[in-house]
Design a protein around this ligand. Structure first.
Ligand SMILES: Nc1ncnc2c1ncn2[C@@H]1O[C@H](COP(=O)(O)OP(=O)(O)OP(=O)(O)O)[C@@H](O)[C@H]1O
Ligand SMILES: [Mg+2]
Length: 305
């Protein structure tokens, strides 16, 4: 598989102080990678380095190009901008035109394509985000969730190979969040490489082939299952587990024998189906002598997190 990003011993400091150090990271073509970590961990900084916006120290390679200070100021970044798009954490940074349509058409307008094609691309992006009815509105007058959707559309209209998303589900209502996750996965199936920084642990099993746990440096990297079943890591990184996984941990206190802890609804359906089928058509739960103490322990661990 081709590498899209390769970072070796990368560090970054703002004038106020060091933020990232000794970052080693690889992202491959077509992968869905999630970056998770507490507030101030450096997720946004890292995405901006991947987007070629911040000159970091160390080895940052995107495709086959070294992103050093000289490259970042050179014309080759024009091609790079067509291939990599970042949706900012703060949508206000991304929206500056008099109408939503102008904002979403802004990227394709700089791609050397016909006006018709620009409009087609913009309308397709609006449709993908389900916001055609917002197109004549002033971005300033939108709700938080609407702004988020427009900001995502401004990047989708460029149709980049690599999409970097900084907290894309923040401010979205449950239905919009669900639709966005589906849209991201549809784009992934079309071959896009998708890197998402998020606190939304419930979304991680649905948005990640691989997860990087970040706190100023890379603390761990693995599949969602590897990350969420590493109790020591969860404690060290102050990381929550998905709700569905918590529920099955609770069921275990009631004697449920879980073969493989489900991380998502689909996995929960598979797990429950397996149990019902192998245990004669029903699921057996009971309160045993350790149920209450195990539940207490479990709850204090969740609270601790
Ligand atoms: N422009 C800046 N100048 C100085 N310090 C900054 C700047 N931007 C971020 N920082 C600092 O760098 C650290 C990492 O910030 P960053 O925004 O990358 O974290 P994050 O993981 O994205 O956090 P969050 O989950 O809150 O979005 C923070 O301590 C922050 O205060
Ligand atoms: Mg951030």
């Amino acid at each position: 598989m081709k590498k899209v990003f390769e970072l070796r011993n990368v560090s970054y400091r703002y004038p106020a102080g060091a933020v990232l150090s000794d970052i080693n990271l690889d992202i491959y073509e077509g992968e869905r990678v999630v970056i998770v970590g507490p507030n101030g961990a450096g997720k946004t900084t890292l995405l901006q380095i991947l987007d070629g916006l911040l000159p970091a120290r160390g080895h940052v390679k995107a495709f086959d190009m070294l992103l050093d200070e000289k490259t970042l100021k050179s014309d080759v970044m024009y091609e790079f901008r067509k291939r990599v798009g970042l949706v900012f954490q703060d949508p206000d940074v991304q929206l500056f035109s008099p109408t939503v349509l102008d904002d979403v058409a802004f990227g394709p307008m700089h791609l050397n394509i016909s006006k018709d094609e620009v409009l087609k691309r913009a309308e397709k992006a609006l449709r993908l985000m389900g916001i055609e009815d917002l197109k004549d509105k002033h971005p300033y007058n939108l709700s938080g969730g609407e702004k988020r959707k427009v900001a995502i559309a401004t990047v989708l209209s460029i149709d980049p190979d690599v999409i970097l998303l900084d907290e894309p589900t923040a401010d979205l209502d449950p239905k919009s969040r669900r639709e966005l996750i589906d849209t991201i996965n549809t784009l992934s199936r079309k071959g896009k490489t998708i890197v998402t920084a998020t606190h939304d642990v419930d979304a991680i099993p649905e948005l990640a082939d691989r997860v990087y746990v970040l706190n100023r440096t890379v603390m761990a990297c693995g599949t969602p299952r590897e990350i969420f079943t590493d109790i020591e890591l969860l404690k060290k990184a102050n990381l929550e587990i998905p709700q569905i996984m918590r529920l099955f941990r609770v069921l275990e206190c009631f004697g449920y024998n879980c073969e493989k802890l489900p991380l998502s609804i689909d996995e929960a359906i598979a797990e429950l189906t397996r149990t019902v089928e192998t245990e004669g058509g029903h699921i057996h739960l009971h309160i045993h002598e350790h149920t209450h103490s195990e539940l207490e322990k479990l709850k204090s661990r969740f609270d601790h997190h």
